[in-house]
Design a protein around this ligand. Structure first.
Ligand code: 6SD
Length: 223
């Protein structure tokens, strides 16, 4: 998969994606990830990407021209162009799975008050939001989406099962708790059932604890 990110802060989205699993996915060529500086598509001395809003109001609006030139330079016939915005459809695990089947994503990151709407109308295939809170810009949101999508690509996770078995794979039920050694730590014991070697009982216990957690933390997930 190829992913191009267009932002005024390329380093902010690249840094967290260089480590660990996603870093390795890049090194092994499972994903070709690039972040581009939007200012590279300006032509004035100040490399200006924003301007005053028509109709007045606070803050600045991102100019359309650099986004148009950037997308025209980077897009391929298969490219899906996505804008990160609090006004977008909510991104979740099902959306991550859907996007992991694409061959080329172009992620547009806004800053300031927002982006000239002609970009949305003429260039953008879909608007996505990573959650109901307001960030200062779209760059961290783009990094979140890349992380969630790339880990689903074939060969990216060492243990292929772990992409499947986790929370949200079974819709409406969160994962149960995990433990590792030591079996007793500061007086806190690992539940006996996990040491029993009885796989059916372990599975039933995990499911029960997952349901408990769902009821407590995410009642909205239950039917
Ligand atoms: C103006 C942006 C772009 C500002 C954002 C996305 C989400 N889920 N929260 N905040 C955001 C995106 C904020 O540029």
């Amino acid at each position: 998969m190829r992913i191009d990110i267009i932002t005024i802060f390329p380093e902010i989205c690249l840094a967290p994606l260089r480590e660990s699993i996603i870093g390795r996915a890049q090194e092994t060529g499972r994903v070709n990830l690039r972040a581009h500086d939007l200012r590279d598509w300006t032509h004035d001395r100040h490399r200006q990407v924003d301007d005053l809003p028509y109709g007045g109001g606070p803050g600045m609006v991102m100019k359309p021209e650099p986004f148009f030139e950037a997308v025209e330079a980077l897009r391929t016939p298969e490219a899906r162009v996505i804008l990160l915005t609090p006004q977008g459809r909510r991104f979740d695990q099902a959306e991550a799975r859907r996007l992991s089947a694409e061959s080329h994503l172009i992620l547009l990151c806004g800053h300031y008050e927002g982006i000239d709407h002609r970009v949305v109308e003429a260039l953008v295939d879909e608007e996505l939001s990573i959650g109901d809170y307001v960030l200062t810009n779209g760059t961290l949101a783009a990094a979140v989406i890349v992380d969630a999508v790339v880990r689903l690509l074939p060969g990216v996770l060492g243990d292929e099962r772990s992409a499947e078995e986790e929370s949200f794979a079974a819709p409406g039920v969160l994962e149960g708790p995990h433990y590792t050694r030591p079996a007793e730590f500061r007086g806190m014991k690992v539940p006996d059932v996990l040491l029993s070697g009885h796989h059916a009982r372990i599975e039933a216990w995990r499911r029960e604890r997952g349901l408990e957690r769902t009821r407590e933390n995410r009642p909205d997930l239950q039917d």
